[in-house]
Design a protein around this ligand. Structure first.
Ligand SMILES: Cc1cc2nc3c(=O)[nH]c(=O)nc-3n(C[C@H](O)[C@H](O)[C@H](O)COP(=O)(O)OP(=O)(O)OC[C@H]3O[C@@H](n4cnc5c(N)ncnc54)[C@H](O)[C@@H]3O)c2cc1C
Length: 478
């Protein structure tokens, strides 16, 4: 057991969770192959402005049953929803700030439309977009004094926000009944890491010193960076699994745990696995979906008003939208809000989704910067100071991710597949040995799209190997 060669592809949350659990359980020959030159994957904390920002996962979503919360609960690492995360203002594209009383009334409808709380979705065959649209306009009916034009602009913005939570390009491709597969962990859904970032959790898992950028704790000597895997030959007469890296290096293994994102699997699975994966697995890779959600951080010289609001949503008037779509700034339509960031008084964080996010990723930083200055001029009466720095994510363009996180689509239901199909391991026909295992957020049946789902999935696959060896060598248990 000690000497079994276990190769884990990807040093994101799932890979790190699997590797640390295996090492702590007595396996010694564990190697993580990571294509990037860092660990963390879609958890990526970097120094910025007054301390750090998270380019990927940012909040710990919930407490009960959340592996991340449970590991950190007594360590004073996670903090309740920040008070700056209050209600956003809504500004229209004619610079009008919509009155709070109007927004409160509209929010009273949308807060009851939280997708995971909709009992009516259980057997709903249509898309989440259709369901929410019908529910919104139905619930608006009694509010006769609310301006329908503003209500429409508000709801358009909400749909983008809901899409970003799901990780979908738009809500009309998201499965309505699929929402019930996802489980919220009870408790605070926006626990934050203050000035330490999500990376501090990975350091805890690895037992690494967070202050030392090079310390990998338990994983010292167990991670190989810049190690992009090109091929995995998982059936050979000798029983070895042969892993070929981009530079030609060959690595032999007894077990492989693949944690690369669904986006990467979609793009390369046909050439990554030799022979190709079984049909059930190919159908899962095709049928599960992921979209693009990107962040934009703007650093200002000092905190300023009126942007000392918790945040603001951008409501486009129909006539301004028609005009916008005829300009080079058309992609700004999908940039739906900005908000403040915990412990970062000089930052604004924006969110953009879908096709327009992918277009934004192709632009130069200067082009994105100019577009944002134009946007602020369009929406604000007072002059917004020029930011000193801009930072935007490119989760789709990066070939090691190819998108943000998994969601259940209408198409997923049509082809009758699920995260569980993606998670099924491929076993050796002769002795039942797990040859190829799959972990990562998209393989979690209920906590997909989250960092705690990724961690759970890594532990699940580590446990599969531990159980395999215990079953074959019961004396090991003592
Ligand atoms: C913008 C954004 C915001 C998010 N916000 C939150 C949040 O607030 N809370 C939350 O819980 N979750 C959030 N998430 C989701 C969370 O980040 C992910 O679910 C989780 O980090 C995924 O971990 P993973 O290990 O499954 O995959 P990954 O982190 O993608 O790890 C896979 C690793 O495989 C590597 N790899 C890929 N291809 C190869 C190859 N061929 N060879 C070798 N290595 C390869 C990649 O470089 C990567 O490091 C967010 C994600 C994004 C993108």
């Amino acid at each position: 057991m000690k000497s079994k060669r276990i190769v884990i592809i990807g040093a994101g949350a799932a890979g790190i969770a699997a590797a640390t659990r295996l090492l702590e359980s007595g396996f010694e020959n564990v190697l993580l192959l990571e294509a990037e030159n860092r660990f963390g994957g879609r958890i990526h904390t970097i120094p910025f402005a007054d301390n750090v920002v998270d380019l990927g996962a940012q909040w710990c979503h919930g407490e009960q049953g959340n592996a991340i919360y449970e590991l950190t609960r007594d360590l004073d690492m996670l903090h309740p929803t920040d008070e700056i995360e209050g209600d956003f203002k809504c500004i229209r594209s004619n610079k009008e700030v919509v009155a709070d009383v109007v927004i409160d009334r509209l929010r009273s409808i949308t807060s009851n439309l939280e997708p995971t709380q909709q009992k009516g979705l259980k057997d709903y065959e249509g898309s989440l977009g259709t369901y929410l649209t019908e529910a919104f306009w139905r619930n608006l009916q009694p509010l006769t004094d609310v301006d329908r034009v503003v209500a429409r602009e508000f709801f358009e913005n909400c749909k983008k926000m809901f899409s970003s939570m799901d990780g979908a390009d738009h809500l009309f491709e998201v499965s309505g009944k699929g929402q019930h597969e996802y489980l919220d962990c009870e408790g605070d859904l926006h626990l934050n890491w203050r000035d330490k970032g999500f990376r501090s959790f990975l350091c805890l898992l690895m037992k690494a010193d967070q202050a030392d950028a090079f310390d990998l704790g338990l994983l010292n000597e167990h991670i190989q960076y810049n190690a992009r895997v090109e091929h995995i030959e998982w059936q050979s007469p000798t029983g070895d699994i042969r892993i070929r890296l981009w530079n030609g290096e060959l690595i032999l293994a007894d077990h492989v745990i693949c944690t690369v994102s669904l986006g990467v699997l979609k793009e390369i699975h046909q050439k990554l696995f030799i022979p190709p994966l079984p049909l059930v697995k190919c159908r899962a890779i095709d049928g599960l979906k992921l979209g693009t959600v990107d962040k934009i951080y703007l650093e200002f010289k000092e905190p300023f008003t009126p942007l000392d609001w918790p945040g603001f949503s951008l409501l486009w008037r129909e006539e301004d939208l028609v005009e916008l779509r005829n300009t080079g700034y058309y992609w700004l339509e999908s940039l739906f809000s900005f908000h403040r960031v915990s412990c970062q008084p000089r930052l604004l964080q924006g969110w953009i989704i879908g096709q327009h996010a992918r277009h934004m990723e192709t632009l130069s930083e200067a082009e994105v910067f100019d577009a944002l200055l134009w946007l602020f001029k369009k929406f604000f009466t007072s002059e917004v100071p020029t930011p000193v720095r801009l930072l935007r994510t490119r989760w789709y363009t990066n070939p090691n991710f190819r998108g943000s996180y998994f969601f259940r689509a209408i198409y997923t239901e049509e082809v009758k597949t699920s995260s569980s199909d993606l998670a099924i391991p491929i076993l050796d026909e002769k002795d039942g040995r797990p040859l190829l295992q799959f972990a990562g957020e998209a393989t979690h049946p209920h906590f997909y799209s989250t960092a705690h789902g990724a961690v759970d999935s890594g532990w699940r696959e580590a446990q599969r190997l531990i159980t395999h060896y215990l079953d074959h060598n019961p004396h090991l248990e003592e």
